[in-house]
Ligand binder design. Structure first.
Ligand SMILES: Cc1ncc(COP(=O)(O)O)c(C=O)c1O
Length: 341
C-alpha cells in the first residue's frame, strides 16, 4: 500500500527503534525520566523558549495551551478551518469553556486587519478576548506556509490588544524547511508553541508545548488534569528525540514529492489543482469527475490510500514512508481510476 492519508502513518525506522529500545527511563510524572527531560530541553532550545513539556498528542498540547491562557466565558480567535477548532472534538468548549471567534482565512492564513476587525470593545456585555491561534503549516489549507512578516503583523495587533499568541506548529518543521525561516524565528512571535513529533518527523508518539517557564509550569498542571501524565515515557520520547535530531532536513524530500504528485494530478481531467499552491507535504485538490469518496475507493483497490476531505475534495500527504517511485506509482493509479467510466 502507498499510504497518502496522512504523515501520521509513518512507522519508526530501525535506528529510531534502537534509540527507543536503549532509552534510559524513569517516572516522568514524578519528574525523573531523563529521556523526556532531554527531549523537553532540546525542543525548548530549538524553539528558543525557556521550557517545554512533552504530551501524548498535538490535540492535548493545543487544548492545554488554550486552557492555560483562558477562563470559562473568554473568547479565542482562530481561523475557521483551524485544527484546534475543526478537528479537536469541541475541546475549546468542553475543556476550557471558551467561545471561538472564527476568521475566514485564505488557505488558512489571515491578516492583521482581520484580527483587528474581530476585536471587541472592553465592555461587560462582551466575552473577554484572550488569545489568537495561528496554524503553521495549515493542515486544511493544504500545508500552507505563513510568511513570518504576516505573523509579525498579526502579533503586533494581538499585543496591542493585550492578547496572547498561540502557535499550532504540528508541522512547524515543514514550514521552516519550506520558508527558510527557522523554527525559533517563527516561535519568537508566540507566547506558546505546540509542535508534533508524530507527523512529518516520523516518531510514533507525542508533541511538546513550549513557552516561558511560568507558562510551562501551568501547562504541566493541566496536562496532569487532562490525563496526559505518562510514566516511563522515555521509551516514546527517545523516538521523538531521534526524529527531532535526524528527520528535519529530509522534509525537503517530502515537499519535492508532494510537488511532483501535484504536477501529475493537475494534468489529469477530472481534477482541479494548481500545483503552485503546494508548498509543503500536503496536496489538497478538487475532484470534478466523480464523488471524492468513489475516487478514494477506487484508489484503494489499486493499492493507494488517500483521504476524502469532503464530498468533492481529497487530501494526499507525503512523508518518510513515500518514495519518489511511490509517487510515480500513485500518479499512474490516479490516472487509471479517473479513466474508468
Ligand atoms: C495542524 C494540526 N494540529 C494538531 C493536530 C493534532 O495532533 P494529534 O493527532 O497528535 O492529536 C494535527 C493532527 O493531524 C494537526 O494537523
Amino acid at each position: 500500500m502507498i499510504d497518502l492519508r496522512s504523515d501520521t502513518v509513518t512507522r519508526p525506522t530501525p535506528e529510531m527503534r534502537r534509540a527507543m529500545a536503549d532509552a534510559e527511563v524513569g517516572d516522568d510524572v514524578l519528574g525523573d525520566d531523563p529521556t523526556v527531560a532531554a527531549l523537553e530541553r532540546r525542543t525548548a532550545e530549538v524553539l528558543g523558549k525557556e521550557a517545554a513539556v512533552y504530551m501524548p498528542s498535538g490535540t492535548m498540547t493545543n487544548q492545554v495551551a488554550i486552557r492555560v491562557w483562558t477562563e470559562p466565558g473568554d473568547e479565542i480567535i482562530l481561523e475557521a478551518d483551524a485544527h484546534s477548532y475543526f478537528f479537536e472534538s469541541g475541546g475549546p468548549a468542553a475543556l476550557s469553556g471558551v467561545m471561538c471567534r472564527l476568521i475566514a482565512g485564505q488557505r488558512g492564513l489571515f491578516t492583521a486587519d482581520q484580527v483587528r476587525a474581530a476585536l471587541r470593545p472592553a465592555n461587560e456585555h462582551f466575552p473577554r478576548t484572550r488569545l489568537v491561534c495561528v496554524e503553521n503549516t495549515h493542515n486544511r489549507g493544504g500545508g500552507t506556509v505563513w510568511p513570518v512578516r504576516q505573523i509579525a503583523d498579526v502579533a503586533a495587533v494581538a499585543r496591542q490588544a493585550g492578547l496572547k499568541m498561540h502557535l499550532d506548529g504540528a508541522r512547524l518543521w515543514n514550514a521552516a524547511v519550506a520558508s527558510g525561516t527557522s523554527e525559533a524565528e517563527y516561535a519568537g512571535h508566540f507566547d506558546s508553541v505546540s509542535v508534533c513529533f508524530s507527523k512529518g518527523l516520523g516518531a510514533p508518539v507525542g508533541s511538546a508545548l513550549a513557552g516561558s517557564a511560568e507558562f510551562v509550569a501551568r501547562a504541566r498542571r493541566f496536562r496532569k488534569m487532562f490525563g496526559g501524565g505518562m510514566r516511563q515515557a522515555g521509551i516514546v520520547a527517545a523516538g521523538a528525540l531521534y526524529a527531532l535530531e535526524h528527520h528535519r532536513e529530509r522534509l525537503a524530500e517530502d515537499h519535492a514529492n508532494a510537488r511532483r504528485l501535484a504536477e501529475g494530478l493537475a494534468a489529469m481531467p477530472g481534477i482541479q489543482l494548481d500545483p503552485a499552491t503546494v508548498e509543503t507535504n500536503i496536496v489538497v485538490f478538487a475532484v470534478t469527475a466523480m464523488p471524492a469518496s468513489r475516487l478514494v475507493e477506487r484508489l484503494q483497490e489499486r493499492g493507494v490510500l488517500a483521504l476524502p476531505l469532503d464530498a468533492a475534495s481529497v487530501r494526499a500527504v507525503t512523508h518518510l514512508g513515500v518514495s519518489s517511485d511511490d509517487v510515480d506509482a500513485a500518479i499512474e493509479a490516479f490516472a487509471a481510476c479517473l479513466a474508468r467510466p
